[in-house]
Design a protein around this ligand. Structure first.
Ligand SMILES: *[C@@H]1O[C@H](CO)[C@@H](O)[C@H](O)[C@H]1NC(C)=O
Ligand SMILES: *[C@@H]1O[C@H](CO)[C@@H](O)[C@H](O)[C@H]1NC(C)=O
Ligand SMILES: *[C@@H]1O[C@H](CO)[C@@H](O)[C@H](O)[C@H]1NC(C)=O
Ligand SMILES: *[C@@H]1O[C@H](CO)[C@@H](O)[C@H](O)[C@H]1NC(C)=O
Ligand SMILES: *[C@@H]1O[C@H](CO)[C@@H](O)[C@H](O)[C@H]1NC(C)=O
Length: 498
């Protein structure tokens, strides 16, 4: 057998054997082969004609509001081809906004000359960090800079062991970028860092990947220190020194205790090449942990904390339906396909719908925890909103869904931070469903970040939503249900009349 004799040192032997075999073919076999060759040739001629007809023409790409980019006028164009074309648009691919198509040892070496970037950090729970990063992207638009999103860092219910969470593990950054028609980057695109590195190890000054960065601090003026972000510094190996933003940045210039700042003012301070004059000549506020004292960087602008920012009309502005940051950016930050599939699986199991289609559902977020102290005058904690009030709100959302959209949403999915088993018994009494992360072994299977990620994603799937007033988690879920599903929402308020 020729194959048994095959070896790298004698490739010719094999070829010789093969050709000698061909010449041993009988006359009858040759006739059959000849016929096949003619058929193949005829087919080839036809195929070439077909190929010529189907030659690709230039795809026209146009902006379509919420749906992102759609090809125009070429219905028969293969989806994959259009996707490639869209992908080739400069803003979608991180490598088009950087020196290298991969993360480098320091972020600095990857930043393109003539391109400007902005980053900013976040603290507290997952939802609040999301808000700060939504603000970062919005500030990027206002300041003509490419936003660079840091990872989400562990706090409160998530221990340091969970590590830092890449934004793109949760949100579809390329879809966001596509919808905004602008580049959106995360630190992992720019700089090499260990995703699973310990968040509490302070990097040594001798580490070649440690780099200094001059940042702005938006801390209220009656407080001496910047808002330190040690976990982000440890993970990203950056060493931040701080300069306080000038008074024009604050919502109320005259209030030394104001924690709120304005997008337009922050953008003016970091406008590439033409920054507001008030951004110049300011004293250092705090040296970095390793002792450097850099003024605010120009190539990569940086802020300590971007949660309390608004357009200047109202504090906590993102809570309003008209919020510019939500409506131009937040609504375009969708969960990854993987997370949506995962959440759908959880809902199916919770409702006993394995392998079945999930019918329209109403989702419900009941915030308890520290809300126990949200009391009316004269009352003593715990002052939780009775479940009956949520039930009534759900009934009216259900009725309205039926009346206005002919959607019969009979099932309810609840998420809450309450751990008391009595509470969950009451929930079951209303016939509502919930995700049990203990039974699902979510922590063991996916890690500490996932209970909140799966809850957030699952609630966003509702055709209707009822939330708890003043909870940022509820506010964001309501917007997602409204914008993504055309859903109806309501917020239950402890202080509203009974
Ligand atoms: C970027 O500009 C700096 C200063 O002008 C220059 O030293 C450096 O070589 C430039 N880098 C690249 C990649 O062009
Ligand atoms: C992180 O992951 C890498 C590769 O999987 C592994 O070699 C390293 O030990 C891990 N580090 C930590 C701190 O878990
Ligand atoms: C992101 O969205 C695009 C299109 O909207 C989709 O093709 C892609 O699979 C999504 N990626 C992830 C990671 O969800
Ligand atoms: C809605 O669905 C429930 C349960 O399937 C059913 O009992 C009810 O009649 C439906 N209502 C309408 C208006 O279709
Ligand atoms: C969740 O599941 C665990 C384990 O199956 C069970 O012990 C617990 O009672 C469940 N919790 C609720 C609120 O149903």
């Amino acid at each position: 057998m020729p194959t048994e004799r095959l070896s790298e040192s004698e490739p010719r032997t094999d070829m010789a054997l093969l050709s000698s075999h061909i010449w041993r073919i009988s006359r009858r076999e040759r006739r059959v082969i000849g016929l096949l060759v003619i058929i193949a040739a005829l087919y080839a001629v036809q195929s070439i004609g077909f190929l010529q007809k189907a030659q690709p023409t230039i795809v026209q790409v146009s902006l379509v509001s919420k749906e992102g980019i759609k090809p125009e006028g070429e219905a028969e164009r293969p989806v994959a081809e259009v996707a490639r074309q869209v992908e080739a648009d400069h803003w979608t691919l991180p490598r088009n906004s950087l020196n290298y198509p991969y993360p480098t040892t320091t972020a600095r070496e990857n930043l393109k000359n003539g391109t400007y970037y902005v980053t900013g950090f976040a603290l507290a729970g997952f939802t609040n960090q999301f808000i700060a990063y939504m603000h970062l992207i919005y500030l990027g638009i206002q300041s003509e800079r490419i936003p660079v999103i840091p990872p989400v860092t562990p706090s409160s219910h998530v221990s340091n062991k969970a590590g830092a969470l890449r934004f793109s593990r949760v949100f579809n950054i390329s879809a966001t970028s596509n919808n905004l028609r602008r580049p959106v980057l995360e630190w992992a695109h720019i700089k090499e860092y260990q995703e699973n590195a310990s968040v509490s190890v302070v990097p040594q000054g001798t580490d070649p990947s440690v780099e200094q960065l001059g940042c702005w601090s938006v801390r209220q003026r009656n407080f001496p220190t910047p808002i330190w972000v040690p976990i982000a510094e440890n993970v990203l190996k950056v060493d931040l020194s701080f300069t306080r933003v000038p008074p024009i940045a604050f919502f109320d210039e005259n209030n030394q205790g104001d924690v709120h700042t304005k997008f337009s003012a922050l953008a003016s301070l970091i406008m590439p090449k033409y920054p507001h004059p008030a951004s110049k000549g300011l004293p250092l506020m705090a040296k970095s942990r390793l002792g450097s004292s850099l003024p605010p960087g120009e190539h990569m602008a940086c802020f300590d904390f971007l949660y309390y920012v608004s357009s200047g009309l109202r504090r906590h502005e993102f809570e309003n339906r008209w919020s510019p940051a939500w409506n131009s950016v937040g609504t375009h930050i969708r969960f990854t396909d993987e997370l949506v599939m995962l959440a759908r699986g959880y809902i199916q199991r919770a409702m006993g719908l394995e392998g079945e289609i999930i019918p329209p559902i109403i989702t419900l977020h009941i915030r308890r925890g520290d809300f126990r102290n949200h009391c009316k005058k004269g009352m003593v904690p715990p002052c939780y909103i009775p479940l009956q009030k949520y039930h009534d709100a759900i009934e009216s959302v259900r009725t309205e869904l039926l009346a206005t959209q002919n959607i019969n949403a009979t099932r309810v999915l609840v998420a809450s931070d309450e751990r008391d088993p009595e509470f969950w018994k009451e929930v079951l009494g209303y016939g509502w469903h919930y995700l049990n992360h203990t039974a699902e072994r979510t922590l063991e299977r996916y890690g500490e970040w996932y209970p909140v990620l799966i809850d957030t994603t699952a609630l966003s799937i509702g055709s209707g939503f009822v939330g708890t007033k003043s909870s940022t988690f509820s506010v964001l879920t309501a917007r997602r249900v409204e914008d993504w599903n055309g859903g109806l929402t309501d917020m239950v308020d402890y202080f509203a009349k009974d």
